[in-house]
Design a protein around this ligand. Structure first.
Ligand code: FAD
Ligand code: SIN
Length: 536
């Protein structure tokens, strides 16, 4: 069955929703999302969204902090426009109904938070559940627009390439392929639809689930990157995986983040014995950039043999903690931890992917009519390490710019008459061995955690490569033999993404930002002041 739409938006996080709201002025929008609409990394964002909002702050300071965190690999022009367009995009979010916390008693002034690597207070937040508030407001807004239709539990399988429709096996490297839409799996009804679109926007988020320990929700399986790679688009900088230093360490707490804002408000990282240790590693101590904090924790845990470090903010007043961090306070309490009285046990966890589908300053990928925005994209903003709370900002700036670019291109011919063949299920039968999926899923995540984690080496990467090749082959064989399921599609994507992370990590023969290789401990600006770009 074919569904026609002007804009196909894949993903309902901040990038997808903000693009859809804007694009609905120019045509029909179909948002497909593989779970319910709220389920996204956006929904779990705690710290907030960085922007210059205070008279003491300046664009130059925010730009400087972003460039410094990015360890020489940010694109200067991108950093400049993202930062300087920030306040306008924030005004739009507020206009759409997002309510950021304000200073008590002064309704006109935002309560700005501070996080690692920021030289000023500039993080707008809604207490410690900023993402939830953003999703709430934007979903309400999207529901109020007639031109937008949201398809929940619809999972995009693959992009539709013009070259394939025309029966051309591959294109010469210099020729640009065109995206005509996507094949989409309706999970609840076990049906596959052809979505034909004039423009397709990947807003599928990140890939934290490639790692055993992650702050990310289950949807973060790198689907957009895998689809774009299979379609021949350029992918870059996959080695730059950001590990957040403070994920709650508790056997029953699945992926719960303890926001960096807790350190911004005075939280101190200590060993289990109670000794602070970050002063040894960086003048900003517990508020040093994330790559430094995560590596320091990793070093200390290896030295002490402890299973976690602790984050101590018990010197702050209980009333203050309950008001500023209600989600964290209550969640900790549920696990028997009273953060007003005792330190919180924490470990680093895979958190954010700086690399992704390469886009230009307007969100255009290397494939015609395919745009990308948000964590799925590699825009040049983050370079080798993302500054805290710059991700939500990137989502709204690139969604806006992508939409503006599409507006200029609305009159282009669309290839609407090309007949797209329906999805070919082939000879696939029902699987009788679902255990294979569970086993491979687990093996990928352990392999990536152990060999492609915070500290890497040539030997570890080599081991990961060999294992990943075997696992990927097994998954491919399985994929072609059995009927698709949600788990199988996600596993296939996860294995593609894991392979891309390993490939980029092996290419970069230096240490920079989030990529640390014991065999090349230094930064090498002569040869490696560049992105690692891969293409199928
Ligand atoms: P997401 O919000 O992840 O949305 C992706 C969407 O795509 C989801 O709706 C998903 O279901 C859908 N999807 C994926 N694959 C498919 C498919 N195949 N078919 C259909 N739909 C699909 N950043 C900040 O700047 N500030 C913060 O305070 C902050 N806190 C964070 C806290 C946590 C716990 C986490 C995990 C991340 C945090 N980040 C923060 C990072 C930030 O939240 C994300 O980078 C950002 O929200 C990504 O938005 P997005 O729209 O690109 O993707
Ligand atoms: C946090 O609240 O610590 C997360 C902020 C981010 O990832 O930008």
């Amino acid at each position: 069955m074919e569904i026609r739409t002007d804009f196909l938006v894949i993903g309902s996080g901040l990038a997808g929703l903000s693009f859809a709201i804007k694009a609905s002025r120019y045509g029909s929008v179909a948002i497909i999302t593989k779970k319910n609409t709220t389920e996204s990394s956006t929904n779990y964002a705690q710290g907030g969204i960085a922007a210059v909002m205070d008279a003491e702050d300046s664009f130059d300071l925010h730009i400087g902090d972003t460039l410094k965190a990015g360890a020489g690999l940010c694109r200067d022009d991108v950093v400049r426009f993202v930062v300087s367009e920030g306040p306008e995009r924030i005004a739009e979010l507020i206009q759409w109904g997002v309510e950021f916390s304000r200073k008590s008693g002064t309704e006109a002034t935002f309560d700005l938070g501070k996080e690692g690597g920021h030289s000023m207070r500039r993080v707008l937040h809604a207490a410690d559940s900023t993402g939830k508030e953003i999703e709430r407001a934007l979903i309400d807004k999207a529901h109020s627009i007639e031109n937008i239709r949201i398809y929940e539990n619809f999972l995009a399988i693959d992009l539709i390439r013009e070259s394939k429709v025309l029966g051309r096996k591959s294109l010469p490297r210099e020729e640009q392929d065109r995206c005509l839409g996507a094949y989409v799996f309706d999970i609840e009804n076990d049906r596959i639809y052809t979505f034909r679109s004039r423009f397709t926007i990947l807003a599928t988020g990140g890939a934290g689930k490639a790692y055993l320990i992650t702050t990310n929700p289950d949807i973060a399986t790198g689907d957009g990157i895998a689809m774009a790679w299979r379609a021949g688009a350029h992918i870059a900088n996959m080695e730059f995986i950001q590990f957040h230093p403070t994920c709650l360490f508790h056997p029953e707490a699945k992926s719960f983040l303890i926001s960096e804002a807790v350190r911004g408000e005075g939280g101190v990282l200590k060993l289990k014995s109670g000794t602070p240790f970050m002063e040894k590693y960086h003048p900003l101590a517990s508020l040093a950039p994330r790559d430094i904090v995560a590596r320091a924790i990793d070093t200390e845990l290896k030295k002490s043999g402890d299973d976690c470090v602790v984050l101590d903010i018990s010197h702050r007043d209980r009333g203050y903690l309950m008001n500023r961090f209600p989600t964290i306070y209550n969640r900790c309490l549920r696990f028997g931890i009273d953060m007003a009285k005792e330190p919180i046990p924490v470990v680093p966890a895979a958190h954010y992917l700086c690399g992704g589908v390469v886009v230009n300053g307007n969100g255009e990928t290397s494939m015609d009519r395919l745009f990308a925005a948000g964590e799925v994209a590699c825009t040049g903003l983050h370079g080798a390490n993302r500054l805290a709370s710059n991700s939500l900002l990137e989502c709204v700036v690139f969604a806006h710019r992508g939409c503006e670019r599409i507006r200029e291109r609305l009159n282009e011919a669309t290839g609407e008459d090309l007949p797209i063949p329906p999805w070919e299920a082939g000879q696939a039968t029902e699987s009788d061995e679902s255990i294979v999926i569970e086993h491979n899923w687990d093996e990928i995540r352990r392999c990536m955690w152990n060999y492609v984690g915070i500290v890497r080496s040539n030997k570890r990467l080599e081991r990961a490569k060999k294992r990943m090749e075997l696992i990927s082959q097994e998954i491919q064989d399985y994929y072609w033999s059995f009927k698709i399921t949600r788990d199988l599609l996600e596993l296939r994507n996860l294995s593609v993404v894991a392979n891309l992370i390993v490939a980029c990590a092996m290419m970069r023969k230096e240490s920079r930002g989030l990529h640390y290789n014991l065999d090349y401990p230094d930064r090498d600006d002569r040869y490696w002041h560049r992105d690692t770009i891969v293409r199928r």
